[in-house]
Design a protein around this ligand. Structure first.
Ligand code: DGT
Ligand code: CA
Ligand code: ZN
Length: 505
């Protein structure tokens, strides 16, 4: 005899499957019966093991939507770089905020934490209960929505035309803070917070902090309130990855992270003397006007004795110096510094000899070849040169297209610290190099860091915000970042390096 299926026969934790477009009670019942799953955890395992293929009643689109709605379809190859994710995320946020049903909305998830790539968008949305139906209709009609995949009381999942997924978590005013904390994550961080809450006699979930003694939720409206009840410092989203952020906060020892307004200059810039698009004069005038808190910029064109193409040739160097002097004279201060980016060659030597390097105010040495070999030796050799002040994009990764080359970071960080050579946090969206993990290790060893845009055109100077974000995620304070200092202090460090290296090497 055929058993009658209805909504009530579906296990409660699997009821959210019914919010997915095209998934009927019969289909969910077939999943439960055929795969023998009775809760979300079992279903997740079955989906990961690709057992949905066994359910005849499901169309290929049904299967795909189930995987997407359960966040099980996030391949490493379709992650979005942070810069682009920020642009898209803010566009969606601005659109959603204009709907009158939306009282408040914030980005959450890995985007709010500033991870270098994000798997999908998470947005916490405060709506007034009866309005959520109207909202769904409007979300369906947003210009970037391809399709609503799932829509329930608390969650809407949409896919954009570019196939990125957006999860909207609907909440009310009273539980907004708790929802924002939970959906900002990370998962590891949530787990730590939940353990901390239990130790203090609370229970933490997306509704808030539940106090067992009085049997109700106590802190729910803002994230700050939850941290206060847990007697912790407020943990900035950037630091919500691993236990370090949480234990430091509990001990009231969180660092005060570097901020954009404290930067004094950009120390890697390419002009039309190499592969940049703009004249030095254009760059200088633009920066002087648009970034008024910068006190200096360093022009660092590629230079080589023998590389062909768009590079500064040895006989260009003095002419470029004269041009910089002329520009500084018209600006009335020493705003533009003479820098250079040289190649670290295969044998660890540099693409310009020391006699020429000496003429520059700032020398960056970078690897631009042999990306698959172990490059520890080349980096160490470059650090040992008394005229090299900084290593550019030290790990060599290009996010999504080129893995970092193998490097023994223990040795390189030790050498950078010992020789007083700075390492770069290159802020280009596809580099973010060093990444947050290496930044943290560098800071722990006392290596100085410089945040640079590596700009080749004017619009790219905005990447500095991204570099600051990475530095914050790596736990950097103002004092860890060399270009928060006045140029006179940079000069002092340079002098220290020359005498130290000469003594030690
Ligand atoms: P992504 O999208 O791969 O770049 O990374 P996230 O961190 O945005 O992760 P996602 O989108 O899977 O989930 C968003 C946040 O929601 C996550 O950071 C923490 C929270 N969350 C989601 N599912 C769980 C869970 O099962 N347990 C806990 N503790 N937190 C969760
Ligand atoms: Ca996410
Ligand atoms: Zn370079």
């Amino acid at each position: 005899m055929k058993t009658h299926v209805n909504r009530k026969t579906i296990p409660p934790s699997l009821a959210e499957l019914l919010d997915i477009r095209g998934i009927t009670v019969n289909k969910v019942a077939a999943i439960c019966k055929t795969l023998g799953v009775g809760n979300l955890r079992e279903l997740t395992t079955a989906v990961v093991l690709e057992q949905l293929e066994r359910i005849q009643a499901l169309t290929p689109e049904n299967r795909k939507d189930i995987r997407r709605a359960l966040k099980l379809d996030k391949g490493p190859n379709n992650r979005i770089q942070l810069w682009e994710a920020q642009r898209q995320g803010n566009e969606i946020l601005q659109t959603i905020r204009q709907f009158p049903e939306v009282k408040r909305a914030s980005l959450a998830g890995s985007l709010r934490r500033g991870k270098d790539t994000i798997g999908d968008f998470d947005i916490v949305v405060q709506v007034s209960g009866p309005e959520s139906k109207k909202l769904l209709y409007k979300i369906d009609r947003m210009p970037f929505t391809e399709r609503v995949i799932a829509a329930g009381k608390n969650k809407i999942c949409i896919v954009l035309h570019n196939q990125a997924l957006v999860f909207l978590y609907l909440t009310d005013e009273k539980h907004y803070g708790a929802a924002l904390l939970y959906y900002t994550g990370s998962r590891n961080y949530n787990a730590f917070m939940e353990t901390m809450a239990s130790a203090k006699g609370y229970h933490l979930d997306p509704m808030g902090l539940y106090d067992h003694k009085i049997n109700r939720y106590i802190a729910t409206e803002t994230e700050e309130e939850i941290f206060q009840y847990m007697t912790m410092d407020y943990v900035p989203p950037e630091l919500r990855e691993e236990q370090e952020g949480i234990s430091a906060a509990a001990l009231h020892k969180l660092p005060s992270l570097v901020t954009f307004d404290r930067l004094r200059g950009d120390m890697q810039i390419h002009s039309e003397w190499s592969d940049g698009e703009e004249s030095i004069e254009h760059i200088a005038r633009y920066m002087f006007d648009v970034f008024p808190h910068y006190q200096y910029i360093v022009i660092t064109d590629h230079a080589s004795n023998d590389r062909t193409g768009h590079v500064l040739r040895p006989d260009d160097i003095s002419r470029q110096g004269a041009e910089i002097k002329r520009i500084n004279d018209t600006l009335g201060c020493d705003y533009v510094k003479r820098g250079v980016e040289v190649d670290i060659l295969e044998n660890g030597r540099l693409s310009l000899p020391d006699e020429l390097l000496k003429q520059f105010d700032w020398v960056i040495a970078s690897i631009h070849s042999h990306f698959t070999e172990d490059n520890t030796f080349r980096l160490i050799k470059a650090c040992e040169n008394p005229y090299v002040h900084c290593i550019g994009h030290p790990s060599g990764r290009l996010i999504g297209t080129r893995a970092p080359y193998p490097v023994n970071w223990d040795l390189v960080l030790e050498k950078a610290a010992a020789t007083g050579t700075a390492l770069e946090i290159n802020a280009r969206p596809n580099r973010l190099d060093l990444n947050d993990t290496l930044i943290r290790e560098a800071v722990a060893r006392g290596v100085k860091l410089v945040i640079n845009t590596d700009a080749h055109k004017l619009a790219q100077f905005d990447f500095m915000q991204l570099g600051i974000w990475m530095a914050r995620k790596g736990g950097c304070c103002n004092t860890d970042i060399l270009n928060t200092r006045k140029w006179e202090d940079v000069e002092k460090l340079k002098k220290g390096k020359i005498s130290d290296v000469k003594k030690k090497v």
